[in-house]
Design a protein. Structure first.
Ligand code: FIX
Ligand code: ZN
Length: 426
C-alpha cells in the first residue's frame, strides 16, 4: 500500500470504529442531571465551560487576589460560566487544549463557536433532554459504551444506589466500583464500614478480612461493576514500607487481590495524583507527581492471577510503564490521563507505546466529567491516532510487508475497543 492508500484506510478505520470509553465520570440519567441540584449527570454549556480544567486556567488570569475563591464559589453556575467565557474565550484567545475542546464540541453540535456570550448556546441546550442528549453525544463521539466511576465512599452517590438499586441499569453505561479511601485513608474507611454494619477494625482483628471482602463483593454485585478502581498518590508503594504500610499491604494481599481474582475483575490503578494541593480550587486543586513503577511490577509479579489496568499521571513514568507491560501480560496500559491528555503528549506517548507494545494497549479514555466532553476528547484523540498509525503503517510497508485494510481495521478495533473488552472478558 502507498502512503496515500494507508492514510485513507487508517482515517476510515479510526473514524468508523466505535469506542468503548473505559473511564469517565459520567452517569446514567437516573442519577439525576444538572441543573437539578444533586444531579450527578453533568451536561450542557454551563457545565462544559466551568470544567475544573478551565477554573484552574481562569484563575491564572483573574487571580484570587482579585476574585477570592469564596466569591467565585458563591456565584451561580451561569455567573461562573460567564466569568470563564469572558476571560478565556472573549478577552483572550481560547488556545489551551481545554478551551479548544469546548470550541470543538460547540462546532460539532452545529453551533457557532464565535459567540461573545453564552446566551445562544443556553437557548439551544434548553431544548435538549438528558437521555436523548446522551444518544446525540454517543453518536457524535462514536462511543458504544460509557464506563462510569462510582465512588462508594461518596455519601450522596451511595445513598442513590441504596435507595434506587437499578440506577445503573442503562445499556449505554457500565459501572465501576471506586474505593480510594481503602488505601488513602484506611482508618476512616474502617470507621465508615463499621457504621454501615460491617464487623471491621482498623487493626484487622476479628472478622475484618472477611467483612471487607463482603463489602467489596456486595457493592460489585449491586453495581454490576466491570472493574474495581483507585487513584493512588505518587508515594504509593507496594509493599508499603514500615508498620504504617502494613494495613495497605494486608488490604491488597488478603482482601483486594483475592476478591478481584475470584471475580475475574481487573484492579484499575490510576497512579500519581497528589490531591488538593490547592483546596480552594476544589476539583481543580489536584496535581501530578512521579510515582513508583517498581510497585506496579511487584503487584503484577506477586499476583499473576490478577489483572492490572494501569495508567500513570506523570510523563516521566510513561516509558517505564511500557517496559513493565512488556514483562507482564496481566498488565494492560491505558490512557493519557488528565494532564497528559494534550496533543503533544498523547502523540508522543502513543508513538512510544506502539513501538514498545504493538497493538496491546488502550491509547485513551476520555475521563469526561461533563457528558458533552466526549465529543471533543474523542475527536481530538482520533486525529492523533490517525496521524501516528499512518506513520507506523508506512514504516511497515517500507519493509515490503503487505498491509491490508482488514488488518488496519482489526488493529484499530483492538486499540479502541477490544483490548479493553477482552481484558474484562466482555
Ligand atoms: O481520579 C480520577 O478519576 C481523575 O481522573 C479525576 O479525579 C480528575 O479530576 C479528572 O477528571 C481528570 O481528568
Ligand atoms: Zn477520572
Amino acid at each position: 500500500m502507498e502512503r496515500v492508500d494507508i492514510a485513507q484506510a487508517v482515517t476510515a478505520a479510526v473514524n468508523s470504529q466505535p469506542i468503548t470509553d473505559l473511564h469517565t465520570h459520567c452517569y446514567t440519567p437516573k442519577f439525576g442531571a444538572s441543573p437539578t441540584p444533586g444531579g450527578l449527570l453533568l451536561w450542557g454549556i454551563d457545565e462544559l465551560v466551568t470544567y475544573h480544567y478551565l477554573i484552574a486556567e481562569v484563575y491564572r488570569i483573574v487571580p484570587s487576589s482579585h476574585l477570592p475563591y469564596a466569591d467565585y464559589w458563591k456565584m451561580s453556575k451561569q455567573q461562573q460560566a460567564d466569568h470563564i467565557w469572558q476571560h478565556l474565550f472573549v478577552e483572550r484567545t481560547p488556545i489551551s487544549e481545554a478551551c479548544r475542546g469546548v470550541l470543538t464540541t460547540i462546532m460539532a453540535l452545529g453551533l457557532d463557536p464565535n459567540e461573545k456570550s453564552l446566551q445562544a448556546y443556553r437557548k439551544w441546550f434548553s431544548a435538549q433532554k438528558p437521555s436523548q442528549y446522551i444518544d446525540t453525544v454517543m453518536e457524535l463521539a462514536n462511543v458504544d459504551s460509557i464506563t462510569m466511576t462510582n465512588p462508594v465512599f461518596d455519601d450522596h452517590e451511595r445513598s442513590i444506589w441504596e435507595t434506587h438499586p437499578a440506577v445503573g441499569d442503562d445499556p449505554r453505561f457500565e459501572a465501576v466500583l471506586r474505593i480510594d479511601p481503602l488505601l488513602r485513608d484506611w482508618p476512616s474507611a474502617m470507621d465508615k464500614l463499621k457504621k454501615w454494619g460491617y464487623d471491621v477494625r482498623p487493626d484487622f482483628s476479628g472478622n475484618t478480612v472477611d467483612e471487607v471482602r463482603r463489602f467489596l463483593c456486595e457493592w460489585v454485585d449491586r453495581m454490576k461493576a466491570i472493574y474495581i478502581a483507585m487513584s493512588l498518590p505518587p508515594d504509593f508503594r507496594y509493599p508499603a514500607p514500615g508498620n504504617k504500610g502494613e494495613a495497605a499491604n494486608r488490604f491488597i494481599r488478603d482482601i483486594l487481590m483475592p476478591v478481584c481474582a475470584d471475580r475475574g475483575l481487573p484492579w484499575a490503578m490510576m497512579v500519581g495524583s497528589r490531591l488538593q494541593v490547592n483546596p480552594d480550587l476544589r476539583d481543580a486543586g489536584d496535581m501530578s507527581g512521579k510515582a513508583d513503577i517498581e510497585s506496579v511490577a511487584n503487584l503484577c509479579s506477586q499476583f499473576p492471577n490478577n489483572k492490572f489496568l494501569v495508567t500513570m499521571l506523570a510523563l516521566e513514568n510513561q516509558h517505564e510503564l511500557c517496559v513493565t507491560a512488556r514483562k507482564f501480560g496481566n498488565l494492560l496500559v491505558f490512557g493519557c490521563w488528565w494532564f497528559l491528555n494534550n496533543p503533544t503528549l498523547v502523540e508522543h506517548i502513543t508513538r512510544m507505546r506502539i513501538e514498545l507494545l504493538g497493538t496491546t494497549f488502550v491509547p485513551q479514555h476520555s475521563d469526561a466529567r461533563i457528558l458533552d466532553q466526549m465529543i471533543y476528547k474523542w475527536k481530538h484523540t482520533r486525529g492523533i491516532l490517525q496521524k501516528v498509525l499512518i506513520d507506523k503503517y508506512t514504516d511497515i510497508a517500507a519493509t515490503g510487508f503487505k498491509i491490508t485494510s482488514e488488518q488496519i481495521c482489526n488493529d484499530v478495533a483492538l486499540l479502541m475497543r477490544d483490548n479493553f473488552r477482552n481484558f474484562i472478558d466482555r
